[in-house]
Design a protein around this ligand. Structure first.
Ligand code: ZN
Length: 203
C-alpha cells in the first residue's frame, strides 16, 4: 500500500484497514484468504518441514503481523522503530531458486530448502541479485538482502512466507503455509506478536 506515514503498525492498520496492507493481497487476486490455509498446513507440516528460523540475526527482536494476509507475515523491528536496511538472512540452508523484481512484491527472493519447502522474501531494499544469485547455496546465516520498501510496500518491512510445492522450483502465493520459527507456529488472521527473538544462531 502507499501510505507514507511513519506510524506504528497498529495505527497504520487503522489508517488503511485490514485489506491491502501489503503486496500479497494485491498480487494474488482471486486467491482464497480463508481458514483452509491453516488446515492444509497441519497436514503438510508433518512432511519433514525444515527447522526454519527467523530470517534475522541471532538474538534480535521483531514484531510479527499477519494482517489480512495470513499465513504470510509482515515483520518489523520490535516497536517498529526503524527496519530499513536491516539484514535479511535465509531461514534455513537451501538454494536460491528465484530472484526477481515485481510491481507488488518488489525485489523478491525465493529459497528452496528441499523436500518441497520454500521461503519467500519481499520488498527487499536492493536488487535481488546484490548478495546472492539464483543457484547459490545458502546457510541459515547467509545474508541474502536487506529490508526495504520496494514494490507495493508503504513502510520498511519484510513480507515473508513459508511455502510448500511438492514438485517444481518456482512457488507463488497459492503455496503458502503457516509459518513456524524455531518450532513455534505464527499464523492466523490479524494476529500480532510484538516481540519474537530470532534463534537463527548457527554460524
Ligand atoms: Zn505483507
Amino acid at each position: 500500500m502507499r501510505t507514507t506515514k511513519r506510524t506504528t503498525t497498529r495505527s497504520a492498520m487503522a489508517a488503511i484497514g485490514t485489506a491491502g496492507v501489503c503486496a500479497a493481497l494485491l498480487t494474488a487476486p482471486g486467491l482464497a484468504q480463508a481458514a483452509p490455509h491453516d488446515q492444509r498446513d497441519d497436514r503438510v507440516s508433518a512432511a519433514a518441514k525444515p527447522a526454519f528460523q527467523m530470517p534475522f540475526p541471532c538474538g534480535t527482536k521483531w514484531q510479527l503481523n499477519t494482517w489480512g494476509h495470513s499465513p504470510a507475515l509482515d515483520m518489523v523491528v520490535k516497536g517498529n522503530t526503524g527496519s530499513d536496511g536491516k539484514p535479511v538472512l535465509a531461514s534455513a540452508k537451501g538454494t536460491v531458486s528465484a530472484t526477481y523484481k515485481d510491481t507488488g512484491s518488489g525485489n523478491t527472493i525465493q529459497v528452496s530448502h528441499g523436500g518441497g519447502w520454500f521461503t519467500a522474501y519481499y520488498h527487499l531494499k536492493d536488487a535481488p541479485t546484490k548478495y546472492v544469485q539464483k543457484g547459490d547455496k545458502v546457510k541459515a546465516s547467509t545474508k541474502i538482502g536487506r529490508i526495504g520498501t520496494s514494490g507495493n510496500s508503504g513502510w520498511a518491512h519484510l513480507h515473508y512466507e513459508q511455502r510448500y510445492l511438492a514438485s517444481g522450483n518456482f512457488t507463488d502465493e497459492r503455496h503458502r503455509k503457516a509459518v513456524h520459527f524455531n518450532g513455534v507456529r505464527y499464523t492466523g488472521s490479524n494476529k500480532e506478536w510484538p516481540s519474537v527473538t530470532s534463534r537463527n544462531c548457527v554460524a
